[in-house]
Design a binder for this molecule. Structure first.
Ligand code: SF4
Ligand code: SF4
Length: 336
């Protein structure tokens, strides 16, 4: 079954960056400490901020992120607090190093998914992007989590550097008994948003064009779904007659950073245009002009922030000459 996952309009999704420190230096890392801070939130602050968003609606989902969230010594306490507050689902996104013995401090019943990141089906490709040793460590982490009874998912961020290995991920994901496979599109954020003379990564890590994306990604996703894997991938390109919607206007996603910035759109994260902020454990609106003032600007090309922030990133025209709109980066297709 294939369906477009419209934005969950009745739920709250909290993407909670509890620190920005990481043991890896991935070439495409989107963390930008000059914008997101370098501090590690105390467990007390994490609990207070979890309470802020749990109060917004019954159906809140939380994804603990970093940096590498398992570097936080109190992550297990944060997971337990989210459970007590009634979060609808709890996920930890990890690079697989699983620090602080996290798998032995939480129980599978306390968490919905541990989500791992791998950017190559082979050690060679993955480690070129994510750093030497990261492939073996991630695979070992997935196996360990599965053996202890945790549900696992996997995120593969597609760029021109690893598209050729996407198909090879299917047997790997199947063998590792991973329940959910998230194919992600690379974005020009963090490291990749740096000016070109400073950043030699940009060329090889560029985004895959419309023709290839629209052909290969659904093919691979469908093949994986045949093996019983639930696959989610972003639409990225919309045909002219497809409906464009901005999640910043119609959904409740909060991207929270340890310096208190709260964004509604991940593309905006390299700029101080967050629409909300947390000060003294209270959530308040940011002064104008912020991202919310821009979401409503209607342009024929679709996503306005893509046009403003990443104009070179997504060519609106495929090689065949077909024109595309740029979909909201949060609009996903799901196959299972
Ligand atoms: S694991 Fe995540 S936070 Fe760490 S360097 Fe890689 S992309 Fe950045
Ligand atoms: S990616 Fe574009 S469409 Fe989606 S929330 Fe951001 S501005 Fe809106």
């Amino acid at each position: 079954m294939k369906k477009t996952v419209s934005f969950a309009k009745n739920s709250v999704n909290l993407f909670f960056h509890i620190l920005t420190t990481c043991n890896l230096s991935c070439r495409h890392c989107y963390i930008n400490p000059s914008q997101h801070g370098r501090n590690t939130l105390s467990i007390k602050t994490i609990e207070n901020w979890l309470t802020l968003f749990a109060d917004k609606a019954q159906k809140a989902n939380v994804i603990f992120l970093g940096g590498e969230p398992t570097l936080h010594p109190d992550l297990a306490l944060a997971v337990k607090k989210a459970g007590q507050l009634g979060y609808a689902s709890i996920t930890i996104d990890t690079n697989g190093y699983l620090f602080n013995n996290i798998l032995h401090k939480i129980k599978p019943v306390e968490i919905d998914y541990i989500s791992f990141s791998l950017d190559g089906a082979t050690e060679h490709t993955n480690d070129l992007i994510r750093g030497k040793g990261s492939y073996k460590k991630c695979i070992a982490g997935i196996k360990q989590a599965a053996a202890l009874g945790f549900n696992t998912s996997l995120i593969y961020t597609v760029s021109q550097a690893n598209l050729h290995e996407l198909e090879k991920m299917i047997p790997l994901v199947s063998d590792l008994k991973i329940e959910r496979f998230f194919i992600q599109v690379i974005g020009l954020r963090g490291n990749l948003a740096m000016p070109k003379p400073l950043n030699s990564n940009q060329g090889s890590m560029a985004q895959v064009g419309a023709d290839l994306w629209l052909k290969i990604i659904p093919e691979v996703a469908t093949a994986a779904a045949r093996l019983g894997i639930r696959v989610t991938y972003p639409k990225v390109y919309l045909k002219p007659d497809e409906l464009f919607e901005c999640a910043g206007l119609v959904a409740k996603n909060y991207f929270v950073f340890p310096n208190g910035r709260v964004y509604r759109c991940p593309i905006c994260e390299d700029y101080p245009i967050h629409s909300l902020g947390i000060v003294d454990n209270k959530l308040s609106k940011s002064p104008k002009i912020n991202e919310m003032d821009l979401f409503g600007l209607k342009i024929p090309q679709g996503c306005v922030m893509n046009k403003i922030i990443q104009p070179d990133n997504l060519p609106p025209e495929g090689k065949t000459g077909e024109q595309y709109k740029i979909a909201c980066c949060l609009l996903k297709e799901e196959i299972f």
